[in-house]
Design a protein around this ligand. Structure first.
Ligand code: C2E
Ligand code: CA
Ligand code: CA
Length: 390
């Protein structure tokens, strides 16, 4: 960048651009893969030059970040976004992106709460997209801010999921309700088996943890078809619509609402789901095990077997009480929650090797809410600090 440009791009200039409304929200539809219904939009920032040219966020977000102007930019964009989104049908959500520095400043929940009040936009319709790299600098502050946002009613989405090494560590600690599979996996899925495996695993993980999964960057019908086969519920990408200005969003909602295609998303057996997920977890700090409704082990990751001290080949088809007799009482105690229709609380377990695991158990149900089994998700707490801090 030459010196002239540098001085022109000063903080005051950018602040002035924000005040004058040079930044506009564009909205990209997120659709249900089953019937292509628009379920919500992601707000993506654009700078509109006086001659009408559109500048991409990759060019100005880093500069804004450097000048500490991201909260100001977000305030301007979210104000416009809330005004647009409150005219949509009530079940439609709005997603906004937040950057690392915004999670460290302690102002974000306050700004969002005030904007929601001012524009009468219910925060239960707001999804906050965060990338896990956003969290590494100051883990505790970031977590506190995300929890505050969640308590205010906002949904939390993990953006670019699968690209970072601590995804799972974060997933278990944050109140996230949505996983967004990074577009790089979608781009390579047709010719790369590893990408398909990761996508399947994230979809399976989303199902077992009862989270929404959105595939990003879907450009072709072939990719959409494969995602449907895998059972991915939602997608976003040029195939369904590019980011558009506010005034065009209503047309899309009207056009979309009458044209449901109704394609069935492939049903998967518990074995398929179990395999999908356990294949992902070669990671030493996480373990997964699937149980049938009768509490028989259907599949388990290598880490799970190692952690409970069983050879991998001996663990399947056994009753879970036989595999971990020390936990039988705990599992019976959990039955109470099931009977009352409550989610199972996470609990800590000391394993034979002396390490402590955080255990989460979820019920796996099919689309008709029929019980397929249980997913036991273990996370080694002794590794936690290592895996989230660089
Ligand atoms: P992101 O959050 O991962 O957003 C998805 C990006 O993929 C967007 O780029 C979108 O236009 C693009 N995209 C959507 N569908 C397709 C597709 O089918 N194919 C391809 N090749 N690309 C697709 P965009 O709008 O240029 O935004 C880039 C990044 O800038 C975003 O990535 C996000 O991290 C950041 N960003 C955008 N708006 C904001 C904002 O208001 N605040 C903050 N902090 N960051 C923002
Ligand atoms: Ca995003
Ligand atoms: Ca993304």
């Amino acid at each position: 960048m030459n010196e002239n440009l540098k001085s022109a791009d000063s903080r005051a200039t950018y602040q002035q651009l924000i005040n004058s409304g040079a930044f506009k929200p564009f909205f990209q539809p997120i659709v249900s893969l089953e019937d292509q219904r628009v379920v919500g939009f992601e707000l993506l920032a654009r700078r509109i030059l006086p001659e009408g040219l559109i500048v991409s966020p990759a060019e100005f977000i880093p500069v804004m970040e450097q000048y500490g102007l991201l909260n100001e930019l977000m305030t301007s964009l979210a104000s416009q976004g809330f005004m647009t989104a409150r005219t949509w049908p009530e079940h439609q959500f709005l997603s906004i992106n937040v950057s690392p520095s915004q999670l460290n400043g302690k102002h974000l929940p306050d700004i969002i709460r005030k904007l929601g009040e001012r524009y009468q936009f219910s925060l239960s319709r707001l999804r906050i997209e965060i990338t896990e790299t956003a969290l590494i600098d100051d883990v505790e502050t970031a977590r506190a801010e995300i929890e505050a946002l969640s308590e205010m009613g906002c949904m939390i989405a993990m953006d670019d999921f699968g690209t970072g090494c601590s995804s799972l560590a974060w997933l278990i600690q944050l109140p996230a309700s949505t996983l967004k599979i990074d577009g790089s996996f979608i781009r390579s899925m047709l010719h790369k088996k590893d990408s398909r495996k990761i996508i399947s695993s994230v979809v399976g993980l989303g199902r077992s943890l009862d989270m929404d999964v959105i595939a990003e960057g879907v450009e072709t019908e072939e990719e959409a078809e494969m995602l449907r086969g895998i059972g991915c519920p939602y997608a976003q990408g040029y195939l369904f619509g590019r980011p558009i200005p506010a005034e065009e969003t209503r047309n899309l909602l009207t056009a979309g609402s009458g044209s449901h295609i109704h394609r069935r998303v492939a049903r998967m057996s518990l074995e398929q789901r179990a395999h999908q997920i356990s294949s992902m977890y070669a990671a030493p700090d996480t373990s997964i095990c699937f149980l049938s409704p009768e509490l028989i082990v259907v599949d388990a990751s290598d880490t799970f077997a190692a952690r409970v001290g069983w050879p991998m080949q001996d663990i399947t088809h056994r009753h879970i009480f036989e595999v971990i007799p020390s936990q039988a009482e705990k599992l019976l105690w959990l039955q109470d929650f099931r009977i009352k229709g409550l989610p199972y609380p996470p609990f800590e377990v000391k394993l034979p090797g002396g390490t402590i695991d955080l255990i989460m158990i979820t019920q796996v149900e099919d689309e008709a809410k029929e019980l397929l089994g249980f997913c036991i998700f273990g996370f080694n707490l002794d590794c936690k600090t290592r895996s989230v801090q660089p």
